[in-house]
Ligand binder design. Structure first.
Ligand code: HEM
Length: 456
């Protein structure tokens, strides 16, 4: 339970329980070796609030749905994006994901109209066209019995979908070039998140030169497209056209080209790997659960027959949506979210000092036996309305919550539901035996060594 902060009262308890006498570096090493196991164990051993001595300011892992609501919703003004997010600024720029305060508010308000649900309806065709292309290509692999790394396939597909949805093009001749540039940019972003310290990007190291080259490729393409949209009057349905049109309407530019570039980079990075992983984990879990795979196939055939889905079908593809939700429960693509307390706060009687970090871990909360029956089991039906009734709002928060909830949640759910249903229309997917499938927590939670499957 959260207690309103009263400056005159003494704190009930000053320090939350946590691992004792562990030197900071030892702790960091343990957390980095297997963060999912480490934070799950900490929550099991120490309860809803776990304190880590992390240098100047402590870090608290919050595991109760009430405490998560306190940070993301009730007292969100006191919790800004932590230093963890700032590490990627030199690469991804000052996009909506990392900035705070008025800058964030202006960016979010500017982009929000383009993310209204009905805007995505026109994107349904983009999603289903790109998916059908991929599945057509899969027919070859099915005929020859060649295993496919379906996680890599899904990354390619979701990148193509965001390019077409955001820019109205899949860059034809330049797609490979753009994909390679983005791969370098993401690899470097990931490295920086995990590194204790990173060299500034202006230092002439080989790694930095490679990064600068990739950023130049990305920027050239994006600025060219912004300019093209402006010249053409920005009448298209793609997100860039909507944003450029909004900017032109606002008279003098509401948002500069540089800011627009940072937000587009953010949307691409935040939007493609996460969705790809939600679908990949769905395929993995379905391959191990014949009942769920059968129920999904039955629904796809009943609702769609042989045709591709449309936006109207989303309401009917109930089980496909539950499969995606249940996969994101077990393998939340954003496995951790963190914030920094601006002013001192109190949670569950414990002091959260100003400038200290709070960590929310969907991976841990989504498997909490106090919130979920048989939490390790894959059971899509637990998201049916009857079984969801009474569940705390923050028992499940793959898209975060409060004002900073994922802006692309509807987009992602639509894409993931379509892809899962369309694959079930055409294939049964089997995991190639002998693989050690384990989640690797990078920017998103991905299968460590890919996901080899055969199609039937
Ligand atoms: C299954 C797919 C996705 C998952 C699991 C996911 C998850 C999240 C989460 C947890 C946050 C909040 C992070 C925090 O509070 O620190 C977030 C924010 C964000 N996401 Fe997503 N996301 C997904 C897909 C997308 C897509 C498709 C887009 C773009 C079209 C997108 C764009 C963003 C942006 C721009 C933010 C920052 C919003 C803000 O701070 O106002 N995401 N996402």
């Amino acid at each position: 339970m959260t207690i309103a902060l009263d400056p005159t009262r003494e704190f009930v308890r000053t320090k939350a329980p946590g691992p004792k006498m562990v030197p900071v570096l030892g702790l960091i090493r343990a957390a980095r070796r297997d963060p999912l196991e480490f934070f799950s164990r900490m929550a099991r051993e120490h309860g809803p609030v776990v304190r880590f001595e992390a240098g100047l300011h402590p870090l608290h892992l919050l595991n109760s749905a009430d405490h998560i609501a306190h940070v993301l919703v009730q007292n969100h003004k006191n919790y800004v994006k932590s230093a963890y997010y700032q590490k990627v600024r030199p690469i991804f720029g000052a996009g909506m994901f990392v900035v705070n305060g008025e800058t964030w508010k202006r960016k979010r308000e500017f982009a929000q109209p383009a993310f209204k649900r009905h805007k995505f309806d026109s994107l349904a065709d983009v999603m289903t066209d790109c998916t059908a292309d991929m599945l057509d290509r899969w027919e070859g692999a099915r005929n020859t019995g060649t295993p496919l790394d379906v996680a890599a396939e899904m990354m390619q597909l979701s990148l193509r979908i965001v390019f077409r949805a955001f820019f109205g093009t899949d860059f034809q001749g330049r797609m490979t070039h753009m994909t390679e540039a983005l791969t370098v940019i993401m690899e470097e972003g990931e490295r920086r998140i995990w590194a204790l310290a990173s060299a500034p990007t202006w230092l002439p190291t080989a790694r930095n030169r490679r990064l600068r080259e990739a950023l130049r490729t990305f920027d050239e393409c994006v600025y060219e497209l912004i300019e093209l949209r402006r010249r053409e009057g920005a009448t298209g349905e793609d997100l860039l056209s909507l944003l450029v049109a909004q900017n032109m309407e606002a008279g003098e530019a509401a948002i500069s080209d540089g800011e627009l570039r940072d937000d587009l980079m953010t949307l691409i990075i935040a939007g493609h790997e996460t969705t790809a992983m939600a679908v990949s984990w769905s395929w993995y879990l379905l391959s191990r659960n014949g009942f769920a795979a059968g129920a999904l196939r039955e629904e796809a055939q009943r609702v769609l027959g042989d045709r591709p889905p449309t936006a109207e079908d989303l309401r009917e593809l109930v089980y496909a949506k539950q499969v995606v939700q249940e996969s994101m429960r077990l393998y939340p693509p954003f496995w951790t979210i963190s914030r920094m307390a601006v002013e001192e706060d109190e949670i569950d009687g414990y002091r959260m000092p100003a400038k200290s970090t709070v960590m929310l871990c969907p991976y841990v909360t989504h498997r909490d036996p106090n919130l979920w029956d048989n939490p390790e089991a894959f059971d899509p039906d637990r998201f049916s309305p009857a079984r969801s009734a009474g569940r705390p709002r923050f028992a499940f928060f793959p898209f975060g919550g409060g004002p900073r909830i994922c802006i692309g949640a509807n987009f992602a759910m639509m894409e993931a539901t379509f892809v899962v249903a369309m694959a079930a229309q055409r294939f049964r997917m089997r995991l190639v035996p002998g693989q050690d499938v384990a989640p690797q927590p990078m920017i998103s939670l991905r299968p460590r060594s890919g996901l080899l499957m055969t199609l039937h």
